[in-house]
Design a protein around this ligand. Structure first.
Ligand SMILES: NC(=O)c1ccc[n+]([C@@H]2O[C@H](COP(=O)([O-])OP(=O)(O)OC[C@H]3O[C@@H](n4cnc5c(N)ncnc54)[C@H](O)[C@@H]3O)[C@@H](O)[C@H]2O)c1
Length: 389
């Protein structure tokens, strides 16, 4: 009999939906499953959201008291899918109670806060993961495999973008994502950190940045109803407005520890771009290109191909590629956002079952926060900023 893993999930919003689906679906894809997640308790500060979430997401119980739930002896894993201001408090309490933890990204609002979380999980000896799920896209994992195998040689340049347009309209609502006290930062922490994770996964650690940051929309309409209205669904241009105190956009140059250079652009104000998470990587023997909006494809160019066939080719990922043994058996069926979370859940359960820390874990989450902070700092003073070791 496969062992079970009792999950308490804190937060029943957008990511609550994605994680709940992964707990249910993971053993359907990856069998034998390393562990079978049991959706035990759904906690939300909003009791109606907790009860709705319990029913929708298939949890046995609902609660609005995460402190009581985290202390329960029958809980094995605490899953933190709340806004960024509560990650540290919940994670530290969960670590002290001896629970394994998965925490949504960014790990916390600042590097200092992230460090307290890393110290707590290290002291407790529990398994920890930070939910940068895009590296679980099979095409991204395939890019990493090609790079590790040396197929494009020594990496020289990484160009990453994360462009969205859900906040391009100045009348789209004041989500918590525009509030520094809750979010920590804007595009830098929310989407820029995803690209930083990919850059570190594919190329290596980042040692210095030189950035620009900009806020285009200084006020936005206040939200009603207590539920976050990410995007423009609840436009209210004539009502009261609140201040935006985070960045809308960032551009940064990068220096990597291994000598490569690169750049990242991140914005949520790029009309026409939905989830334009891309990278182009040049090595001294080839190149790799990925665009999440065509997530089943990886473009590769190998410089040592015969001259008459040299050029980019498109690989459509499927059973022959990373995670292909668990995902769909025919290449053309494709994957969606959910599958990246299902693979993330699989890797987390493997880590818990084996006692080996997964990647990215809280040490990576802390390092990414140090890089994000250096980007924000450089954005203010316009100079190169070394990312401290
Ligand atoms: N990996 C990704 O691709 C991805 C995508 C979106 C969001 N996120 C991250 O996931 C986290 C949650 O974002 P979301 O989009 O699900 O937010 P959301 O606003 O949709 O949902 C958050 C939920 O948490 C509840 N909540 C708030 N404070 C709480 C507290 N102290 N205790 C218990 N419940 C609380 C809210 O009532 C709400 O239901 C954030 O850290 C965000 O950056 C990651």
């Amino acid at each position: 009999m496969t062992k079970t893993l009792n999950v308490a999930m804190i937060g029943g919003g957008f990511m609550g939906k994605a994680h709940a689906l992964a707990y249910a679906a993971m053993p359907m894809f990856f069998w034998p499953a390393p562990l079978i997640p049991v959706r035990k308790v759904l906690v939300d500060i909003n009791p109606a959201a907790a009860e709705n979430g319990r029913q929708r997401f298939g949890f046995e119980e609902a609660s609005s008291d995460w402190r009581a739930v985290v202390a329960r002896p029958d809980i094995d894993l605490v899953d933190i899918v709340t806004p960024n201001d509560s990650h540290a408090e919940i994670a530290i309490a969960a670590a002290k109670a001896g629970k394994h933890i998965i925490c949504e990204k960014p790990l916390a609002r600042t590097a200092a806060e992230s460090k307290t979380m890393l110290d707590a999980v290290n002291a407790a000896g529990v398994i920890h993961m930070v939910a940068f799920n895009y590296r679980r896209t099979p095409a991204v994992a395939l890019a990493q495999k090609f790079i590790t195998e040396g197929r494009i040689g020594k990496i020289q340049n990484f160009r990453g973008t994360y462009l969205q347009d859900w906040s391009a309209d100045p009348d789209s609502p004041l989500s918590w994502r525009f509030n520094k006290k809750i979010a920590g930062s804007g595009a830098v922490g929310d989407i820029g950190t995803h690209v930083v994770d990919l850059a570190r996964y594919l190329v290596g650690d980042i040692t210095a940045v030189n950035a620009m940051t900009h806020t285009y929309v200084k006020t936005r309409p206040l939200q009603s109803g207590g539920v976050d209205k990410l995007g423009a669904a609840d436009k209210n241009s004539s009502g009261p407005r609140g201040e935006v105190d985070v960045d809308d956009e960032m551009l940064t140059m990068l220096r990597f520890a291994n000598g490569a250079v690169g750049s990242i652009e991140a914005t949520r104000n790029a009309y026409g771009r939905n989830n334009f998470l891309t990278f182009e990587i040049h090595g001294d023997r080839g190149s790799i290109v990925f665009n999440y909006e065509r997530r089943d494809e990886l473009q590769v160019m190998f410089a040592d191909d015969p001259a008459d066939v040299r050029g980019f080719r498109t690989i459509y990922t499927g059973p022959a590629h990373p995670y292909g043994d668990g995902l769909w058996p025919i290449p053309g069926l494709g994957i969606g956002y959910s599958e990246t979370k299902i693979v993330e859940c699989y890797d987390l359960c493997k880590a818990i079952a084996s006692g080996q820390q997964p990647s990215p874990n809280f040490a990576d989450g802390y390092r990414i926060e140090q890089i994000a902070e250096a980007i924000l700092h450089s954005g203010e003073n316009g100079a190169w900023v070394e990312v401290k070791a």
